[in-house]
Design a protein around this ligand. Structure first.
Ligand SMILES: Nc1ncnc2c1ncn2[C@@H]1O[C@H](COP(=O)(O)OP(=O)(O)OP(=O)(O)O)[C@@H](O)[C@H]1O
Ligand SMILES: [Mg+2]
Length: 251
C-alpha cells in the first residue's frame, strides 16, 4: 500500500462554521508531507481529524472517510486509544507530563500493562536514542522532564510517541517555540525518523517546508487548493493562489 493515509471527501463543521470543505488527500508512506496555508485555513483541524482529536470538541461534526493503513478510522469498531498510538501528535508547545524523563517514555507502556521492567527499560533507552537524547539524558532519567530545555522537551515528546510504535507522526508547528539551532535539530531528527515513519507537519515557515518535506499541500479557507511534490509546488505551482502565498503576497 503506497498511501498510509487516505482523506476522502472530508467536510468538517464547528457547529455552523464549515472549516474543511470536501478535502481529498493521499499521504505517502515514509515521506514528509507539509501542510501549508495562511492562519485559520484549517491545517490544525485537518491534523486533528486524523487521530480523532476533534471528537473532544463540542459541536464538531465530520463527514467523509479517512483510511489509515486501509482502515476507516471513523468506523464503529475503531478503538480511539489504539488509533492515537498509531497516529501520534506533537504540538507547538512541548507538553511533557509533569513526571520524570523515564516515566514520560514508559507512560504508554504502563497504561498498556503486561510489560516486564526490563522491556520497559530497553524501550526507554531505544526511544531516547532514536530521538537523539540518550547521551544527554542517560544519567538523569529520574529528573523532571519539565526541567529540560525546550528543544529537549520537544524531542522527549517525540520519544514518548515512539514508545507506543506509531505509523504516522503528526506535528503541528513543532518548531514555532524553538530557536533556530533547536529547530535545525528537530528537522534533522525528522529526516532520520522518516526512514521508519510517515510524518505530516504543519508549518508557517516556507523555508522549513521546502527544506524538509517531500510533498506539500496548500490549503486556503478550508479547501485543499493544491498538492504535489514540494520542489514543484515551490518552483512551479499550478494554482495562482498557491503562487501568491508562497511568494509572500499574503498569509
Ligand atoms: N474548536 C473550534 N471551534 C470553533 N471554530 C474553530 C475551532 N477550532 C478552529 N476553529 C476555526 O476553524 C478554522 C480553522 O482553524 P485551524 O485552527 O484549523 O486553522 P489553522 O490553519 O491551523 O490556523 P493557524 O495557522 O493559525 O494555526 C478557523 O477559522 C478557526 O477559527
Ligand atoms: Mg493551527
Amino acid at each position: 500500500m503506497k498511501h498510509v493515509v487516505e482523506i476522502q471527501g472530508i467536510d468538517l463543521f464547528y457547529t455552523a462554521f464549515h472549516a474543511l470543505k470536501n478535502v481529498n488527500l493521499s499521504i505517502e508512506k515514509q515521506k514528509i508531507t507539509a501542510l501549508i496555508g495562511p492562519s485559520g485555513c484549517g491545517k490544525s483541524t485537518l491534523l486533528r481529524v486524523l487521530n480523532r482529536m476533534n471528537d473532544l470538541i463540542p459541536g464538531c461534526r465530520v463527514t467523509g472517510n479517512i483510511l489509515i493503513e486501509g482502515r476507516d478510522i471513523y468506523g464503529k469498531d475503531t478503538d480511539v486509544c489504539e488509533l492515537r498510538k498509531k497516529v501520534g501528535m506533537v504540538f507547538q508547545r512541548p507538553n511533557p507530563f509533569p513526571l520524570s524523563i523515564r516515566d514520560n517514555i514508559s507512560f504508554g507502556l504502563k497504561v498498556e500493562g503486561g510489560h516486564s521492567s526490563s522491556f520497559i527499560d530497553e524501550t526507554v533507552e531505544k526511544c531516547l536514542r532514536d530521538a537523539w537524547l540518550w547521551d544527554n539524558l542517560k544519567d538523569k532519567l529520574n529528573s523532571p522532564a519539565l526541567d529540560l530545555p525546550l528543544d529537549q522537551q520537544q524531542r522527549l515528546c517525540v520519544a514518548r510517541l515512539l514508545a507506543v510504535k506509531p505509523n504516522v507522526i503528526l506535528m503541528d508547528e513543532p518548531c514555532s517555540a524553538l530557536d533556530p539551532i533547536s529547530t535545525a535539530k528537530i528537522e534533522e531528527l525528522m529526516l532520520e525518523l522518516v526512514k521508519d515513519y510517515s510524518i505530516i507537519i504543519v508549518t508557517h515557515n516556507m523555508q522549513q517546508a521546502s527544506r524538509i518535506s517531500d510533498f506539500s499541500a496548500y490549503m486556503l479557507l478550508g479547501e485543499m487548493v493544491e498538492y504535489g511534490i514540494t520542489k514543484q509546488i515551490f518552483s512551479n505551482p499550478c494554482d495562482k493562489r498557491t503562487e501568491d502565498y508562497i511568494t509572500g503576497r499574503y498569509g
